[in-house]
Design a binder for this molecule. Structure first.
Ligand SMILES: C[S@@+](CC[C@H](N)C(=O)[O-])C[C@H]1O[C@@H](n2cnc3c(N)ncnc32)[C@H](O)[C@@H]1O
Length: 221
């Protein structure tokens, strides 16, 4: 997405928390009004002070959300590893829709639970998944900027007519929805890593949509 080439000036990072995606120097040099929204003030506090941080629940009722964030304000809203954490995705997508200008884009990158580690993460309690995650990703800063948040994976599936119909009903056109196979949870363990890499090729060849991540681009009508 070429923010500067398209001259997008009002940009919003939802669930940006401790790790806003856009670099502060890039925002300054392109004179972008960049808002970082997050439900957690303590997560926002971990991000540098130069960002415009707004503490808000993106799943709040529409009027409440718009009063805090504004209506038809943004050219571009994006989320990165956020949608899997929301319990009421319809409400969240409606709020994002209200915050966008007509023709504005919502770009989402989210995990989809089409693999064993994410199914385990979805079904088992934190007391079990946390130590497993620590084993798979020992360098992850779980007490700092890479906290493990509760997951629901609601409306976090791969491309399907049923899912696209839901976005259509909210008032979006689906410009792109791509599912990606493969993940990195086994990278520390050579046997499972090799098996997982081999399985990617087979799944792709057989066109079996065991998807791990999705890129979704929506345009407000
Ligand atoms: C896994 S973190 C992702 C942070 C960042 N986008 C990244 O990629 O590193 C998910 C973030 O979503 C925030 N979040 C969860 N539910 C939210 C909600 N209803 N409204 C706003 N933010 C929420 C969490 O506080 C957390 O900062």
């Amino acid at each position: 997405m070429e923010i500067s080439a398209r001259n997008l000036k009002e940009v919003c990072d939802i669930g940006g928390g401790a790790n806003p995606l856009l670099n502060a120097a890039f925002i300054r040099s392109n004179a972008i009004d960049y808002a970082v929204l997050d439900i957690s003030q303590s997560e926002l506090d971990k991000a540098p002070d130069e960002y415009n941080k707004i503490q808000v629940d993106v799943g709040a009722p529409l009027n409440e959300f718009c009063a805090r964030v504004g209506k038809a304000r943004f050219d571009l809203v994006f989320t990165h590893m956020f949608l899997e954490h929301v319990e009421d995705p319809i409400c969240v997508h409606q709020n994002i829709h209200a915050a966008l200008r007509p023709g504005g884009l919502a770009i989402h990158f989210y995990p989809s639970p089409g693999n064993l580690p994410l199914v385990v993460n979805r079904l088992l309690p934190d007391t079990i998944t946390r130590p497993l995650l620590r084993m798979a990703q020992p360098k992850r800063d779980m007490e700092g900027r890479q906290v493990k948040f509760p997951v629901f994976y609601a409306m976090c599936g791969g491309p399907s007519p049923a899912l696209h119909a839901k976005f259509g009903k909210i008032g979006y056109d689906v410009l792109r929805h791509t599912g990606y196979i493969g993940h990195w949870y086994y990278d520390r363990f050579s046997v499972t890593r090799k098996l997982e890499r081999a399985a990617r090729v087979l799944l792709l060849k057989a066109r079996i949509p065991l998807i791990s991540y999705c890129l979704l681009i929506l345009r407000k009508r």
